[in-house]
Structure formats: C-alpha cells, structure tokens
Design a protein around this ligand. Structure first.
Ligand SMILES: [Zn+2]
Length: 146
C-alpha cells in the first residue's frame, strides 16, 4: 500500500510541476489575435508553438519514464533503492546454467527483485520476492554452523 501511495505521490508532484510548466508556456507564448474574426489553431500553424508542444510532450513522457523506472527498483516495504545487483545465468549456456537474470536486494533485507534479461515468450515482468525475516534465517544458519 505504501509503495503505491509513494508512486501516486511522485506522479502528483510531477503532474503539478508539468502543469506549472504548461502555465508558464501559455504565458510566455500567448495566443495570437484572431485574424478577421477567424481564430486559427496554433498547433500545426505556428512552428514555434508546435515545437514547444513537441518538447513538452517529450519532457512529460521522459519524466513519467524516470518515475516508473525509479519506482521499479525500490523496496516494496521500506521504499529504499534496491542495491547490489547480482547477475546470474549465462547467455551462451542458458540451458546448463540458467537464463540470464539480475537480482537486486533491499539493503535492509526486506526482499529481492529478480529481473529476467531473456524474454522468450513475451515480456516477463520482474518478480519481487519478500524475505519473511532475513535476520532470523541468518541467525539460524549461524547457529547450525557453529
Ligand atoms: Zn526494504
């Protein structure tokens, strides 16, 4: 729940920022006076306005992509950035070793994200695997060893 609220918050802040940019653009490039009581649409007629709309659209989509990419590599529990990418598998011998994938882990042990790099049957989404209690598991391993 907290993970999705954080995404919604980032999207709301970005929307507010882009709305402010849009208001600034409208103020910076005001609509021209009507010609003989005929109002011409600026988009497609005015090259400057058309390029401004193009760059505004590209900037909005780029900001959305950055937000989604940032959100993908965050811990689902504590919202910290996932770290320590570990690549496993092999491209040339994927049948022997396994398909290539990268696994990221939360620095506080809440879980790990497995991102497959090989998409044979369509786009395979990354898989989040929560750790129930990593420190308890590590303590048990240490007790069994010693
Ligand atoms: Zn975490």
């Amino acid at each position: 729940m907290r993970y999705w609220l954080y995404l919604a918050g980032k999207l709301a802040v970005a929307s507010g920022f882009m709305f402010g940019v849009w208001q600034g653009l409208v103020r910076w490039l005001p609509e021209p006076e009507p010609f003989l009581s005929y109002r011409v649409s600026r988009f497609g007629q005015d090259p400057l306005w058309t390029f401004v709309i193009l760059f505004f659209t590209l900037a909005s989509l780029g900001l959305l992509a950055l937000i989604l990419l940032d959100q993908r590599y965050r811990c689902r529990t504590c919202l910290r950035r996932l770290r320590m990418p570990l690549t496993s598998g092999s491209w040339p011998s994927s049948f022997l070793v396994g398909i290539p994938k990268t696994e990221y882990i939360c620095p506080y042990g809440h879980g790990s994200l497995r991102v497959p790099e090989l998409h044979i049957s369509g786009l395979q989404p990354p898989v989040w695997k929560p750790n129930d209690d990593l420190w308890t598991q590590l303590r048990k391993l240490e007790e069994n060893r010693g």
